[in-house]
Write a protein that binds this ligand. Structure first.
Ligand code: NOJ
Length: 558
C-alpha cells in the first residue's frame, strides 16, 4: 500500500468567475475567494483546484492564456493571488493551479510572434501547415465545432486549434517550447503552489504526419490521432524528471479518451508521470453516437460497469480521481439524481456513492449545496463559446430544430455549472452587488450556503461528515473495491475491504423503494452505520433492508 497525502485528500474546485465577486463588477475574483476561505475550511476540504486565473482575453473563460505568469485583470493582481495562497496555507489547505499547455491564447506573445513570418524564432512553438488542394491540412474537427484549422493570411498557412480559433495548439515536438513550459511551472512551484490540474494533457502529442480521420469527410473527428498520441508518455516523463519529481505536489491530468490501460501509465503508482487523471467514460453515458449533444438517458447498469472497470483496473497500479461535476459538466443532482422532490436525498446519495470509492474525491463549487441545472429562455442568456458555436452550426447553418437544441443545452450545456455560487437569499444570491456576468439560478432563495450552514441535515453538513469519515477510516482511502448485487435494477452497492474490515456502500439510484439483500458470503461480527441520508431505524437488519427513494447507507463490518 503506497500511502500518499494526495490519496487521503479531498479537492474542491473553484471556477473563479462564478465563485464570489468582491468589487461589484459582476465577475468573481481572487479577493472574493479569500473572503470565503473559512467556508472552505468549515467544509473540511484539503486542496483547492483553481480554474485558470492567468491573463486571458476570455474567449474560453481563462482556458485561453495570453500570459502564464500574470493574473487576469478582472480577477485582481498578483498580490491578491499571494494573499489567497497565504490564506489557504495558514488554514492548512493547499492550492492546485490549472495548467493549460496544450494550447495558449492567440494573444500570447509567442503566437503574436509565431504568426509574423515562417522564420520567426517562435514559429515552431505552434503547429503550422500549408493547405492541401486549397483546403485544410487535414479533416480534424475542433471540440468547439468546425474545422480544427485556421488559415492565416500573413504567412498563407494554417495553424491547428483543437479548441477555439483563439486557442492555437502548442507544438510539443519543439524542445525549446517544452523547456519554456517547465520553467514556467517551476516558477509557480517556487511561488508556493502545491500542484497542477493539467488541462487536456493527453492531447499534447499529435500523430506523425497529422493524418486525416479515415472516411473522406471534409470535417471528421480525428481524436485517434491526437488523444494519447505517440510521444505523450515521453513528454510527461520528461516533465516529471524536470519539474514534478522535485516537489511534494499533487497532479491530475485531464484525459479525454483515455482507457484504464492508458491511465495505468499516466497515473502509475511508481510516480513517473502524474498522480491521477480525469476519465470521461462515466460522463459519456448519456451521449449518443452523435456525441455530447446527442442526449440519451444513462443506464445504471452502464454506470456500474464503467465505475467498476476503473476501480478494478487501476487497483494496485494507479490512482483514480472521483468526480461527478466540474465546470464543463451539468450539475450531478440534475443528471444522476432528482433535482425536484428528492434533491437533498439524491445529492447526499451521490456524494456517498463517490466519496466511498477508491480515489481522490473532487467537489465542484455548489455541489455541497445541491445546486442544480438552469434553464434560460433565451440563447442570449448563455455565455459559453461551446454552446454558441454548436448552436450556430446545428440550428443556423444546419437547420436543426431550435427547441430540440435548446433542450440539449438545458441537459448538457456547460453554463449549468457556471451560474454564480449561491451564498444567500439576497439579490444575485450574494454573489455580486453588480450585474452578474451569467444569470443566477432562480432557485437561490431556497438553495444557498447561508441556509445550508444553519441546517444540521443539509447537504453541506452531510459532505462535512463524508470528508471527516475519510480522515477517520483508512479503509475509505485504501480499501479494495468490489461490486455486489451487479444485476439489481435500482441499487448500486459495493464493498471496500482492508484487512479484517469491510465497508458496505448501498445506494438506491431511484425515486422508488427498493430492497437490499446482503450477499450470503459476506459475514461479520459487528455492523455499524457510518453514514446514512434518512433517519436510521434501530430494528433494521443489514441482511434485508427496505430502502427509501435515493436512500444510501454505509456500514462498517468487523
Ligand atoms: C478542458 C477545460 O476543462 C475546458 O473548460 C476548456 O474549454 C478546454 N479544456 C480547453 O482548454
Amino acid at each position: 500500500m503506497n500511502k500518499k497525502w494526495w490519496k487521503e485528500s479531498v479537492v474542491y474546485q473553484i471556477y473563479p468567475r462564478s465563485f464570489n465577486d468582491s468589487n461589484g463588477d459582476g465577475i468573481g475574483d481572487l479577493k472574493g475567494i479569500t473572503l470565503k476561505l473559512d467556508y472552505l475550511k468549515e467544509l473540511g476540504i484539503d486542496v483547492v483546484w483553481l480554474s485558470p486565473v492567468y491573463k486571458s482575453p476570455n474567449d474560453d473563460n481563462g482556458y485561453d492564456i495570453s500570459d502564464y505568469q500574470d493574473i487576469m485583470d478582472e480577477f485582481g493582481t498578483m498580490k491578491d493571488w499571494e494573499e489567497l495562497l497565504d490564506g489557504l496555507h495558514s488554514r492548512g489547505m493547499k492550492l492546485m493551479m490549472d495548467l493549460v499547455v496544450n494550447h495558449s491564447s492567440d494573444e500570447h506573445n509567442w503566437f503574436v510572434e509565431s504568426r509574423k513570418s515562417k522564420d520567426n524564432e517562435y514559429r515552431d512553438y505552434y503547429i503550422w501547415r500549408p493547405g492541401k488542394d486549397g483546403e485544410e491540412p487535414n479533416n480534424w474537427t475542433s471540440f468547439f465545432s468546425g474545422s480544427a484549422w485556421q488559415y492565416d493570411e500573413q504567412t498563407e498557412e494554417y495553424f491547428l486549434h483543437l479548441f477555439s480559433k483563439k486557442q492555437p495548439d502548442l507544438n510539443w515536438e519543439n524542445p525549446v517550447l517544452r523547456k519554456e513550459i517547465y520553467n514556467m511551472m517551476t516558477w509557480w512551484l517556487e511561488k508556493g503552489v502545491d500542484g497542477f490540474r493539467m488541462d487536456v494533457i493527453n492531447l499534447i502529442s499529435k500523430a506523425d504526419g497529422l493524418p486525416s480521420a479515415p472516411g473522406g469527410k471534409r470535417y471528421d473527428w480525428g481524436g485517434e490521432f491526437f488523444m494519447n498520441g505517440p510521444r505523450v508518455h515521453e513528454y510527461l516523463q520528461e516533465m516529471n524528471r524536470e519539474v514534478l519529481s522535485k516537489y511534494d505536489m499533487i497532479t491530475v491530468g485531464e484525459c479525454p479518451g483515455a482507457s484504464p490501460e492508458d491511465a495505468a501509465r499516466y497515473a502509475n503508482d511508481e510516480g513517473t508521470e502524474l498522480n491521477m487523471i480525469f476519465t470521461f467514460e462515466h460522463m459519456d453515458l448519456d451521449s449518443g453516437p452523435g456525441g455530447k449533444w446527442n442526449v440519451k438517458p444513462w443506464k445504471l447498469a452502464d454506470l456500474k460497469q464503467v465505475m467498476t472497470k476503473w476501480q478494478k483496473e487501476l487497483e494496485g497500479r494507479g490512482w483514480n480521481s472521483l468526480y461527478l461535476n466540474n465546470h464543463d459538466q451539468p450539475r450531478m443532482v440534475s443528471r444522476f439524481g432528482n433535482d425536484t422532490e428528492y434533491r437533498v436525498e439524491s445529492a447526499k446519495m451521490l456524494g456517498t456513492f463517490l466519496h466511498m470509492m477508491q480515489g481522490t474525491p473532487y467537489i465542484y463549487q455548489g455541489e455541497e449545496l445541491g445546486m442544480t441545472n438552469v434553464r434560460f429562455d433565451s440563447l442570449e442568456d448563455y455565455n459559453d463559446i461551446e454552446i454558441h458555436n454548436m448552436y450556430r452550426e446545428k440550428v443556423i447553418e444546419g437547420n436543426e430544430d431550435h427547441d430540440k437544441i435548446m433542450n440539449a443545452i438545458y441537459i448538457k450545456g456547460r453554463d449549468n455549472a457556471r451560474t454564480p455560487m449561491q451564498w444567500d437569499d439576497s439579490k444575485n444570491a450574494g454573489f455580486t452587488t453588480g450585474t452578474p456576468w451569467l444569470k443566477v439560478n432562480p432557485n437561490y432563495r431556497e438553495i444557498n450556503a447561508e441556509n445550508a450552514l444553519k441546517d444540521p441535515d443539509s447537504i453541506f453538513s452531510y459532505y462535512q461528515k463524508l470528508i471527516k469519515l475519510r480522515k477517520e477510516h483508512e479503509i475509505i482511502v485504501y480499501g479494495t473495491y468490489d461490486l455486489i448485487l451487479e444485476d439489481h435494477p435500482s441499487i448500486y452497492a459495493y464493498t471496500r475491504t482492508l484487512e479484517d474490515e469491510k465497508l458496505v456502500v448501498i445506494c438506491n439510484f431511484t425515486g422508488e423503494e427498493a430492497t437490499f439483500r446482503l450477499p450470503e458470503n459476506i459475514t461479520y461480527n459487528s455492523a455499524e452505520v457510518l453514514i446514512e441520508n434518512y433517519r436510521f431505524e434501530e430494528n433494521d437488519s443489514l441482511s434485508s433492508l427496505d430502502l427509501k427513494p435515493y436512500e444510501t447507507r454505509v456500514y462498517l463490518l468487523k
